[in-house]
Design a protein around this ligand. Structure first.
Ligand SMILES: *[C@@H]1O[C@H](CO)[C@@H](O)[C@H](O)[C@H]1NC(C)=O
Ligand SMILES: *[C@@H]1O[C@H](CO)[C@@H](O)[C@H](O)[C@H]1NC(C)=O
Length: 266
């Protein structure tokens, strides 16, 4: 084989050699193992398991060992990474990236959503350098979940990140690693949820609400826009402010502040 390679121009010989090595080691990224899906014209890996009714638009790619249920729709530019499972009737828009995750039935995933990438975890080693903590687990999305454009949901490091059934998420929401969100929650635009947060069912987070890492919020809590949760909320009800407090306490704080500032002016 090496004799044969010696007679070819160097670049081509190297290319051929690389190709042979890839085939011999069974490397996953071998273009020959991708085929065109007749229903839409996107590409899929031979080892993917795709229901015949699924639609994969041109420019979308479904990688090895992924599973797509009946009537799943994958928009152009979307990448389904290896071993991702997507339930029936789920619709995915353009340019989404799904890796190391499972998505349930009848979900709507809008353009540009990213699910299952590494969480933001580092520690300082003995030499004072930032070292990456492994982020090896998955993200799990329930059934009937809607995820707005450019929202990001990271995979877990010590437990899977989870979004419960029927929860609805707006555009530009950040959900960090190990977060668990219950059923029927509603997260408005620009909400940011830090790592390992636990949120119950029927929780509503107004626009730009921030939740500190490792905090837990019980079911049936509503947070006013722009509030910031810094410690556990254990009683259902409405909250607001930074740090978030029961809504009537927050209103009193605002009223006191306003009186204070108008006194200062006179
Ligand atoms: C999925 O997880 C595996 C194991 O941690 C990792 O090697 C792989 O790169 C991940 N896939 C993507 C597309 O990030
Ligand atoms: C907050 O809630 C979590 C989960 O229920 C619990 O493990 C933790 O101890 C609580 N933190 C405080 C400060 O009460």
């Amino acid at each position: 084989m090496d004799m044969f390679l010696n007679y070819l121009p160097l670049n081509f010989a190297l290319f051929l050699h690389a190709l042979l090595v890839m085939t011999e080691t069974g490397a996953e990224f071998n273009a020959h193992q991708f085929l065109k899906w007749q229903n839409g014209g996107g590409y899929f890996h031979k080892s993917a398991c795709i229901d015949p009714t699924a639609h994969i638009e041109i420019g979308a790619i479904v990688h090895s060992k992924s599973v797509l249920g009946a009537n799943v729709h994958v928009g152009s530019g979307t990448i389904i990474a290896p071993s991702v499972a997507i339930g029936q009737f789920t619709k995915i828009g353009y340019n989404a990236a799904l890796s190391n995750c499972t998505v349930g039935d009848s979900c709507v995933i809008h353009n540009g959503v990213c699910i299952g990438q590494d969480g933001f975890g580092f520690f300082v080693d003995e030499d004072g350098n930032m070292v990456k903590k492994p982020q090896m687990l998955n993200a799990r999305i329930g059934n009937h979940v809607e995820i707005g454009a450019n929202t990001c949901i990271d995979r877990g490091s010590w437990r899977d990140t989870e979004i419960g059934d029927h929860s609805k998420i707006d555009n530009l929401v950040q959900i960090a690693h190990n977060v668990i969100i219950g059923k029927n929650c509603m997260l408005c635009g620009q909400v940011g949820i830090a790592g390992s947060v636990m949120i119950g069912d029927y929780v509503v987070l107004g626009g730009r609400v921030a939740v500190r890492d490792h905090v837990s919020i019980t079911s049936k809590v509503r947070l006013a826009a722009n509030s910031c949760v810094t410690k556990n909320i254990t009683e259902p009800g409405d909250y607001g402010g930074f740090p978030a407090v029961p809504i009537h306490v927050w209103r009193r704080q605002i009223a006191t502040q306003c009186r204070g500032s108008s006194k200062g002016k006179s």
